[in-house]
Design a protein around this ligand. Structure first.
Ligand code: NAD
Ligand code: UD1
Length: 340
């Protein structure tokens, strides 16, 4: 049976891919996004790919009155909550903005949900909550670490707030998804990641080198205790991630409480492996230089994703070559992102 899902941050990178998969499975989708880090064009393209309609409200999740109007006039079954600020470096410079947007924004959203008796929520958390791992692969039961930045703190705080909320009112149904490193794009090449300014993350930097927007990839350190000395991460295709949210919604139809899952492939690749695989798949050279480590970086991080497999019936399907191929198609077809 089709459901109506409200998606906050639905015009963003992961949100737009999830909206697409929701529409494909026949759900009705309402997007709330303030467009602080996104373009409405992403939703136009989702409509073009799916041939389906998306209801869009340009609104801020901090705006309680605006959210209330949306809940008042729509019968909403569940919420997927992507809206948030995510730039780690920026979060250390403007922490109050990050806490206000991410933490107060989530509290405001949950208050309005409670008021309208919509108590099913999927929340975007991050592997960053584990801090520097004591052991690998990372299991959900392992201790959360001490994040070195306000962004990471905001995710951990929200996780704790959601657990307290469920404790106070067991009728809430909450899935917390801890994403590892999302990359890739929809195979159409019409939607993808479109960062503002110089990309902080590895894959968008690589694709911008490949397309000629940047000269050289700087590799942040080659003296880590890893297979080749460069950092190791668990990269996951954004479409696999999107499909994880559909599985999480299924879980919420049957179970109340708070459930936390890693979404990763369980495989770690080094920065050099990423640059080399991308070059091989795209046919574009990726010139690189080794520079100092980036402060706050850890050596290696990858998931044990067996809980999502056993509980949600979800596993990542796409391999690294496919991730690189899809990232490249998006970047090649849209050298300047949605501004093209
Ligand atoms: P994104 O920036 O592309 O998407 C976030 C969206 O939220 C944007 O469209 C932005 O305009 C919107 N937004 C921000 N604040 C808002 C507010 N107050 N009201 C309404 N809309 C608002 O980022 P993304 O990569 O798609 O990430 C989605 C979520 O997943 C975020 O919460 C992020 O922290 C989390 N996450 C992302 C990654 C990653 O590597 N991309 C990893 C782990 C977790
Ligand atoms: C970063 C964030 C993390 C967030 C995650 C989401 C930091 C310190 N951490 O993690 O909080 O949850 O993104 O995706 O920003 N690298 C280079 N050169 C580059 C860019 C990256 O060598 O130009 C290396 C990094 O050192 C790292 C790997 O590539 O080893 C991946 O980096 P990145 O994509 O930024 O992700 P994370 O560091 O895992």
């Amino acid at each position: 049976m089709s459901s109506t899902i409200l998606v906050t941050g639905g015009a963003g990178y992961i949100g737009s891919h999830t909206v697409l998969e929701l529409l494909n499975q026949g759900d009705q989708v309402i997007v709330v996004d303030n467009l602080s880090n996104a373009s409405e064009e992403a939703l136009e393209r989702v409509k073009k790919i799916t041939g389906k309609h998306v209801v869009f409200f340009q609104a801020d999740i901090l705006d309680k009155a605006a959210l209330s109007q949306i809940f008042k006039h729509n019968q909403i079954d569940a919420v997927i909550h992507f809206a948030g600020l995510k730039a780690v470096g920026e979060s250390t410079q403007i922490p109050l903005t990050y806490y206000h947007n991410n933490v107060t924004g989530t509290i405001t959203l949950c208050q309005v949900m409670a008021e309208y008796n919509v108590k099913s929520l999927v929340f975007s958390s991050s592997a960053t909550v584990y801090g520097d791992p004591q052991a690998l692969p990372l299991l959900e039961s392992m201790p959360t670490g001490l994040p070195t930045n306000a962004y990471g703190h905001s995710k951990l705080m929200i996780e704790e707030i959601l657990r307290d909320l469920s404790e106070s009112d067991p009728s809430w149904r909450i899935v917390i998804l801890r994403y590892f490193n999302p990359i890739g794009a929809h195979e159409s090449g019409l939607i993808g990641e479109d960062p503002n300014g110089i990309p902080n993350n590895l894959m968008p930097f690589i694709t911008q080198v490949a397309v000629g927007r940047r000269d050289t990839l700087s590799i942040f350190g080659n003296d880590y205790n890893t297979k080749d000395g460069t950092g190791v991460r668990d990269y996951i295709h954004v479409v696999d991630l999107a499909l994880g949210h559909l599985k999480a919604l299924e879980k919420l139809k049957t179970d109340a409480g708070v459930f936390t899952y890693n979404l990763g492939t369980g495989v770690g690749y080094s920065v050099l492996e990423m640059a080399n695989t991308f070059a091989e798949v795209s046919g574009q050279p990726i010139p690189h230089q080794i520079v100092d480590r980036r402060p706050g970086d850890i050596a290696a991080c990858y998931a044990d994703a067996s809980a999502a497999k056993n509980d949600l019936g979800w596993t990542a399907q796409f391999d690294l070559k496919r991730m690189c191929k899809d990232s490249w198609r998006w970047q090649k077809n849209n050298p300047n992102g949605y501004k093209d």
